[in-house]
Write a protein that binds this ligand. Structure first.
Ligand code: CA
Length: 226
């Protein structure tokens, strides 16, 4: 049975969530504050549901520590509607998805299933290849191929593709991507855009998998068969 940690300080919401999630087949533990959450996040969960507004700190700090420690457990963030910037920040810090309060439990369940599925779909370290449409990306050999043809990429184009591939199917902020892949003197939005357009041209018929996420940045989506 999949194990889930719910981090939520609101008594009624926490009770409702835990009961519905148990009903849906999860084994659920509940942490009500950041202090307890910090102690428990590394206990080998299959997923974590994280409220950002906790009585003794921000869920964002819990997330930052968790990812800083190298954990890749799927995290679904719960945010209040009025705190829009937190969503972007949570994604930057490595949240897999978010749900805005108030929400239907069905939506939480569907998104949880999706983030767990995605994390299970990540290629194991021994075979780091993935399919993007008709192309195959080999992250170890740093090679992009279509059929038996190698598609030549510049180091920056490769870095963009690899960075998005490591975060497959998740939106990545423009600023985060350019910080990660561009030289400082080159790090402005138009430079990133130029690299992305060239990369899309090289991807040809598979360019549709390198999507623009409006207001955020880019996302690489897997193709059929992956
Ligand atoms: Ca709260």
């Amino acid at each position: 049975m999949a194990r889930l940690l719910v981090i939520e300080d609101d008594q009624r919401l926490g009770e409702a969530l835990c009961s519905e999630l148990r009903g849906a087949g999860w084994t659920v533990s509940w942490a009500r504050d950041a202090h307890t959450a910090r102690q428990r996040v590394t206990e080998g969960w299959d997923a974590i549901l994280l409220d950002l507004g906790l009585p003794d700190g921000s869920g964002l700090d819990v997330l930052k520590e968790l990812r800083g420690g190298g954990s890749r457990v799927p995290v679904l963030v719960l945010t209040a509607r009025v705190r829009g910037p937190d969503k972007v920040k949570a994604l930057d810090l490595g949240a897999d998805d978010y749900v805005t309060k108030p929400f239907w439990t069905d939506e939480v369940l569907a998104r949880l299933r999706a983030v767990v599925r995605r994390s299970e779909g990540q290629a194991p370290p021994t075979a780091r290849t993935l399919r993007v449409g008709g192309c195959v990306l080999n992250l170890d050999a740093q090679r992009l191929t279509r059929g038996d043809r190698v598609i030549a990429l510049t180091p920056t184009e490769w870095a963009i593709l690899a960075y998005l591939a490591e975060r497959l199917d998740r939106p990545v902020r423009r600023g985060q991507l350019s910080d990660a892949v561009l030289q400082v003197e080159d790090a402005h939005e138009s430079a990133l855009q130029a690299h992305v357009s060239r990369l899309r041209r090289k991807l040809g018929p598979d360019a549709e998998h390198l999507q623009t996420v409006w207001g955020i940045g880019y996302r690489l989506t897997p193709g059929e068969g992956s």
